[in-house]
Structures are given as C-alpha cells and as structure tokens.
Design a protein around this ligand. Structure first.
Ligand code: NDP
Ligand code: MG
Ligand code: MG
Length: 330
C-alpha cells in the first residue's frame, strides 16, 4: 500500500493535464487536481451536455483534440466503449515522446483496443468508488482508496507519476494498491458480471419470481428479496460475512448455511469459471465491442425489458413509502 508520504505531489504539479470527459470520474479528477495546484483543462466534444457544468465549476473546456494538444498528460475518463475512437481521433495525433496516457480502468489497454506508442508512459489510477464519493471525500480532507498500475514505463518514473496523480485526487490519504492492467481489468469484469451486477440482480429476481409464482404478494416478495438486501450487505461491508451471520437470527444463520450452498453449487461455480475464461481469452470483450459497434441493438432491447419487469414496477410503487430513501439520492 502507498500513502501520502510515498507520493510526491510536485510531479503532477509540473505537468499539463487534460482530463477527457466530465462525468462521474471526470468531474472528480479535474476539480480535485485543480484544487491540488495542478494545471488542468477538460476535453469535451462541441455541444457536450457536460460543458456547462465544467465551465460553471470554473474549469477551462476545450475540444478533446485541443486539450490533448496542450497537455503532456492525458487522463481518459469517457465511457470505455468510446475510448478507442477518441484515442484515434483526438489523443494519438498529439502524443509525443515523454507524454503520459492515464486511465481509470484497464479494458482498452488490456485487450489491445488502444495501442499507444512505446515512448509514452501508460498508467492507471482507478479509484475504488464512484466519482461523486471521490470528490466528496477529497473535499472533506479524506480520500477513496485507489489502484495504481503501470503498463508502459517509458520515462522510468511512471509509478511515481501515477502515485503523484493519486495524491492529487486524495487517494493516497486512504491508501493506493499496486496492481496490473491485466489484474484490474479481469477482476473488475468478473466481479461485475458474476457477483455484483449480474449475479446479485439475477439472484434477487429469481427469489422474487419464486415467491410471486407461489402466490405470495409481490410487495412482500419485494421487501424480502430486494429491499432487505441492503441491510445484509451493509453488515458484510462493516464486518464481513461473520458479522452478518452474527447479527441475523440463529434461524436465518442455520437456513443460510444449509440452503445457500444448494443454490451456489458446483454447477454455479463451474459457470463462474467459464465466465472468467471468456474474460481471460477476450471472448467477452469481442462480444462487447461488436455490440457497441453495431449500435447496441441487443443491449438497448435488454435494458428496456429489464426496466419493464414486475419487480421494478412494484419497487417504484413501494419506495415512495420509505421517506428516508429520497435523502440519499444523488
Ligand atoms: P461517464 O459515463 O460518467 O462519463 C461521461 C463523460 O464523458 C461525459 O462528460 C461525456 O460528455 C463525456 N464524453 C462522452 N463521449 C465523449 C467524447 N467522445 N469525447 C469527450 N468526452 C466524451 O464515465 P465514468 O466516469 O463512469 O467512467 C470513466 C472511466 O472511469 C471509465 O474508464 C470507467 O471504467 C472508469 N471508472 C468509473 C468508475 C465509476 O464509478 N463511474 C469507477 C472507476 C473507474 P457528455 O456530457 O457530452 O455526454
Ligand atoms: Mg467495471
Ligand atoms: Mg427475514
């Protein structure tokens, strides 16, 4: 782990930084770097929806190509599936020896969708939290932990530069872990597919459907299978799986131990290995790139279908009853 005293802020303060994108991560990085005394400009397309926000936050906004032209360090904080094109059109033309190319996620580098020249540093600084938390923690004098990785060390000083950048956004106040583009990308994709996004939502929906099909009220099924998930996850987050089992009733603990492994069984674990294999051999990324290159036909349909599911309708009706929920909406 690297902390504040391992990082030299003057390295990033000596660079001209372009932050491309002003979304979740982009706004947090650009503002916190600026507040750390770094020379920052934001790169956005003409007509970008984010432009007004960046300008009213007091930042200089240029087109991506202009921003890269001025900069000797480019941080790419636009959606992953757009990075390949922006790299070709706006970043690559002005990359010169000694420049640095930064990312917050390794996908495009890990799968060779972007292939930078050998004479630039290629570094990742990936906060382990959404941008709004990154910015809020920075403002409160704290930080969100981050990963740092070096894919190309042309300058011989790429790790120090990455740590300096991490310090500029407050991450070294919390702690920065060294990893590789390969490890970050593959574990991130696996986590979101098998556990966090794909796994959890399908588990919730299967539980909800089972209760509703058996004739129980959809509202009761929603509370039991979706709403209570947060209470359980909060306990795990605070003190691990043991704290969760310590807090629930002995009945719930006994039921969990005896029934859980029947759901997440050898077949599920074999499928997880298959999913990981498709990440490692590039099958998943090929599928992703093909889908987005084709204009997202299946993705858009799937999103619409998911939003129309009964559990979503029931939830929309129930959530307004829980007054405290609107307090936490960002
Ligand atoms: P967002 O979807 O929030 O970023 C969208 C921003 O990119 C908007 O400002 C958008 O402008 C701009 N943008 C879109 N297309 C272009 C373009 N062609 N040229 C310039 N700007 C463009 O992205 P995230 O912050 O979620 O993700 C950025 C990176 O950070 C990704 O690599 C992601 O994997 C990584 N990451 C994200 C985390 C998160 O919590 N969100 C956590 C850790 C890493 P407009 O207003 O015009 O649409
Ligand atoms: Mg991810
Ligand atoms: Mg219960």
């Amino acid at each position: 782990m690297f902390y504040d005293h391992d990082a030299d802020l003057s390295l990033i303060q000596g660079r001209h930084v372009a932050v491309l994108g002003y979304g979740s991560q982009g706004h947090a990085h650009a503002l916190s770097l600026r507040d750390s005394g770094v020379d920052v400009r934001v790169g956005l397309q003409p007509g970008s929806k984010s432009r007004e926000k960046a300008e009213s936050d007091g930042l200089r906004v240029l087109t991506p190509a202009e921003a890269c032209e001025e900069a000797d360090l480019v941080m790419v904080l636009i959606p992953d599936h757009l990075q390949r094109q922006v790299y070709a059109e706006a970043i690559a033309p002005s990359l010169v020896e000694g420049d640095a190319l930064f990312f917050a996620h390794g996908l495009n580098i890990r799968y060779g969708l972007i292939q930078p020249p050998a004479d630039v540093d290629v570094v990742m600084v990936a906060p382990k939290g959404p941008g709004h938390l990154v910015r809020r923690q920075f403002n409160e004098g704290r930080g969100v932990p981050a990963l740092v990785a070096v894919e190309q060390d042309a300058s011989g000083n790429a790790l120090a530069l990455g740590l300096s950048y991490a310090k500029g956004i407050g991450a070294t106040r919390a702690g920065v872990l060294k990893t590789t583009f390969k490890e970050e990308t593959e574990t991130d994709l696996f986590g979101e597919q098998a556990v966090l996004c794909g796994g959890v939502s399908e588990l919730i929906k299967a539980g909800f459907d089972t209760l509703v099909e058996a004739g129980y009220q959809p509202e009761a099924a929603y509370f039991e299978c979706l709403h209570e998930m947060k209470l359980i996850v909060d306990l795990m987050y605070e003190g691990g799986i043991s704290k969760m089992y310590w807090s629930v009733s002995d009945t719930a603990e006994f039921g969990g131990y005896t029934r859980g492994p029947r759901l997440i069984n050898d077949q599920t674990r074999a499928e997880m290995k298959k999913i990981l294999g498709e990440i490692q051999d590039g099958t998943f990324t090929r599928e992703l790139v093909d889908e987005f290159d084709a204009g997202q036909p299946n993705f858009a349909k799937r999103r619409e279908a998911e939003q129309a599911e009964q559990i979503e309708q029931v939830g929309a009706k129930l959530r307004p009853l829980m007054s405290w929920l609107s307090d936490s909406e960002d």
